[in-house]
Design a protein. Sequence first.
Length: 146
Amino acid sequence: MSKLISTLQQLQQIRARAVDDMSQKLATQQQVCQRYEKNIVALTSLSEGIAGVEENRAALMFNQASYRRNIQRVIDWQKQEQALADIEARRLQQSLLAEAKREKSLTLVLDGKRAELQQESARREQKNTDAVSTQSWLRQQRLLKR
């Protein structure tokens, strides 16, 4: 029984490490998602910050329009990357939840086995105590008969 508990403890430690690793991966992925969001906000404000041309300069208007198109392409690309990062974050969160469930169930099994071992030990101790008490009582009975 002790070997079983030792094995279960090792397995539980492995599962706990897996949960910690998944938590770290999820935190990193969430940081990536936040970084994409900040990039999108910054690029959008940059695009909107281009002042309208008051003068009718064709070359300047063309350059600004080209600049806005390029920024918009980068914004679209960042939004696509953000969507992919969000999908990955959700996948990691589901994996973390599944791993945490496995770790918790293993912890419950380990706790149950430990409780069984304690009960078995308590029964053995009670049995020994009862045997000693019975022997003592029998000796007293023999002494009283003499």
